[in-house]
Design a protein around this ligand. Sequence first.
Ligand code: ADP
Ligand code: MG
Length: 697
Amino acid sequence: MAETLPRFPLSAKVTALRGVGPVFAEALEAAGILTLKDLLWSLPHRYVDRGSLQPIGELDFRPDPGEREIVTVLGTIQDLRQSTTRVQRMNLTEALLGDGTGSLRLVWFNQPYLGKQLRAGDRVLAFGPLASGRHGLEMRGPAFELMGRGGDDGQLWVRRFLPLYRKLGPVLGRARQKLVQEALARAAEPEEWLPAELARSVPGTLDALRLLHQPPDDSDPAGLDARATPAHRRLASEELFAFALGVTLRRAGRLARRGLAVPTSPELRERLKAYLPFTLTRAQRQAFKEIVGDLTSGRVMHRLLQGDVGSGKTLVAFLAMAMVAETGGQAALLVPTEVLARQHAATVRKLLKESAGGMELLLGPMKAAEKRQALARVASGEAAYIIGTHALFQEAVTFSKLQLVVVDEQHRFGVRQREALKQKGLDPHWLVMSATPIPRSLALALFGDLEQSVLDELPPGRQPIATRLLEPGGAERAWAVVEQQLEAGRQAFVVSPAIDPQDEGKVPLRDIQAMEALLRARFPGAALAVVHGRLKADAMAERMDDFVSGRARILLATTVIEVGVDVPNATVMVVDHAERFGLSQLHQLRGRVGRGEARSHFLMLSASDSDRLRVLVETQDGFRIAQKDLELRGPGEFFGTRQAGLPQFQAADLVRDRQLLVECRAAADRAVQRGLSEGQLAWLRQEQARLKLAEIS
Ligand code: ADP
Ligand code: MG
């Protein structure tokens, strides 16, 4: 009599449904599933097609070198036992699974709790790699789903496709499946918030959810697996449209805000360019023109400047700062590390010579008296250029006329910093520089409310960097290149991966101490500086100084050198365990060499992952490398952290759905022009909370 029961809106609590006991409720809450919407939008992570089940008696194992055959079987546990292995004292769980055509051993190591989850007589769906063991065919460490116990015999698998969900603590998959069924039966169709042009080609929301949680037998298995059905498109469109609306509204809000117009003149712009020891590239001129346009427009600038490593972003930023400083304002440059802050300060001094208005460095650890004086010069306006780490935004800092903030490198969004300034009543112009080139699709998605300038060319005269990938056995070839460069008076970088103690024992890794010993033995005559993240700031600065000044010939480092360090005399870099790094990260590292006239070398040592790493050998185009990296690792990993402010989409995927995102952006622009209804705004606010959409402006 389901029809007579009241319908629930998607915003209703899951606990309103039948069958949610306290343990279940707790597990749902821990997974962030509070409402019907949360539950239904947590899609199956895979489907088992009944047609892909294999009778155990017909399994046949033919090992291909390097390949594992993954199979799916359904059977009844005939015997279950736990023991301890003799040799390594590991806990061993063994189940004998039979399906009438034959039986198969399932084996798990060190999962003693399986003894509580499974028992003889259970009907179990198991999928995992086949191997041939001492007792014939077996499956090692299979994933499984409990299908039935006692009289209850796999009632849920009435269709061709069985949806499987990520495990929810102690909750059994079939309990989850039942709850989803109940939710689908009881949920009310939500109001349509998609504009017609997006809604036209996709099913309604509830229909789409049914198609994905209970796929009809004639569904396309490949489409389901690839999440490429019209039903997916419906759900992804809702998320991306909400996201796009937020971006469009923020941008509109910002454009409506008055900002201080920086006075400028052609003479001033020419004078600034005359500071530079070289002529700007076409791309730099264009970017500078765009920035000047913003600064003088009377609106608050919020611009992203991106470009490949070495494309000269920093220089463009300096010009913008100089424009503000020379017209009586203050410009601040926020950088991620003290090493970089000092380096930028030195560059500003060199470029601007005595014509530079006062320049001030603001760093975390400063002597009290020194700091007081620096703060006084910032407060009085005597300091026109202010360079520093996050210390720039501490409460004690008062600016006299802050007009521009440039955020360098890894402070990607600068959201928190901007908030800190707003607290002080400041709303300066804002220029964000990205450390790594960001693929166009992602840049549009994440920074769609910012204006964007792209430096798509390198300064003239750059030579490609000779890039090679070597097996550890070929390491001597790398050391020979280092030796040759050192003999020619050059310097060398060697990069070791930062090692997490949890990794130890898993894979044999050479840590930074072992590398240090190797380098001292191999290059006894070359002064070595070693830097890593655990060094105190002044020790770090001292050792970096040694290398920058040329006293140290080799710099051995973890990725602390990844960002920004400029030592043109360094012409070779060796990266140990290159497989531990992302492609974009390696490209960024490579950008530390090849900064002078001489031919430079980038050598990666790695025992594995050569297909991926070869991308770096094949191209030096940072945008192509970034796109590849993004495809391989997804946006979260690409940016390295969750805190990067990425939206937490359930159905959409920024890489897979990038074309759809472009459509949603266009639809959002039109919707905002038409004007949004109260209902649409309320829906948008809910979606923004659910998807943790970043506040960028
Ligand atoms: P990015 O920050 O984009 O990685 P930088 O601004 O650090 O690049 O510039 C890289 C190097 O190129 C620096 O040594 C800089 O002095 C030099 N450079 C920048 N612009 C030019 C140019 N137009 N012509 C020649 N060299 C340049
Ligand atoms: Mg830079």
